[in-house]
Ligand binder design. Structure first.
Ligand SMILES: [Zn+2]
Ligand SMILES: [Zn+2]
Length: 200
């Protein structure tokens, strides 16, 4: 005769001989307790599953809302985001430097000032050789103080880079995706640079 299999009761941990493969209790009483426990567990699982589904649904809705909101934004919106990120990088790169135009370091608010303006030369608006730390006075009141900017710019980046900067640039049209990438690129670059500066 085959050895009768035995297992421990899920409720009292006593050994018993099951009469079927799915019997996990030693007595009808413990079977009832086991049934209730299983039902409670299943109920908990159902609640958790519904909660997870609800969260996923909310997240998916938020994502698609964000995408739809971005889809209706004009290209200028993405340019302004990219420019903010780019300018912030320039300010961190040049932090502690004096004004590229007047050579003063007033300790007041400094800006990222373009040599070739964004309006006149769109192709160089995200060119790092074209943008340097500049005081508020030169930037706002003297419209960049370009006459004074030039010699200090040449001294800083070199004649070759300067000639390249003021030379011809292929007309460039950015897509939304390129501008989003550009903004992300400069945010990351700024973060890395800040970390580097803090460690130094
Ligand atoms: Zn039992
Ligand atoms: Zn200045």
């Amino acid at each position: 005769m085959a050895k009768q299999p035995r297992r421990r009761c899920k409720i009292c941990r006593e050994w018993f001989h099951p009469r079927s493969f799915n019997e996990w209790w030693c007595s009808p009483e413990h079977g009832a307790v086991f049934g209730i426990q299983e039902r409670d567990k299943q109920r908990q699982r159902d609640i958790q599953k519904a909660e997870t589904q609800r969260k996923e649904q909310t997240q998916a809705e938020r994502r698609s809302l964000k995408i739809r909101k971005l889809a209706v934004k004009p290209l200028s919106y993405f340019h302004s985001k990219a420019q903010i990120a780019f300018n912030e990088f320039i300010r961190v790169r040049d932090s502690g430097h004096s004004c590229i135009s007047c050579g003063r370091n007033t300790g007041a608010k400094m800006n990222a000032g373009h040599y070739r303006t964004v309006g006149a030369s769109k192709e160089t608006r995200y060119d790092e050789t074209n943008c340097h730390l500049q005081c508020e006075h030169c930037n706002s009141h003297l419209s960049g103080n370009i006459g004074e900017y030039k010699p200090r710019l040449i001294a800083k980046i070199g004649q070759e880079a300067f000639d390249r900067l003021i030379g011809f640039h292929e007309p460039k049209k950015w897509t939304r995706e390129e501008l989003q990438d550009l903004a992300a690129h400069y945010r990351a670059k700024t973060r890395a640079l800040k970390k580097q500066l803090e460690a130094a």
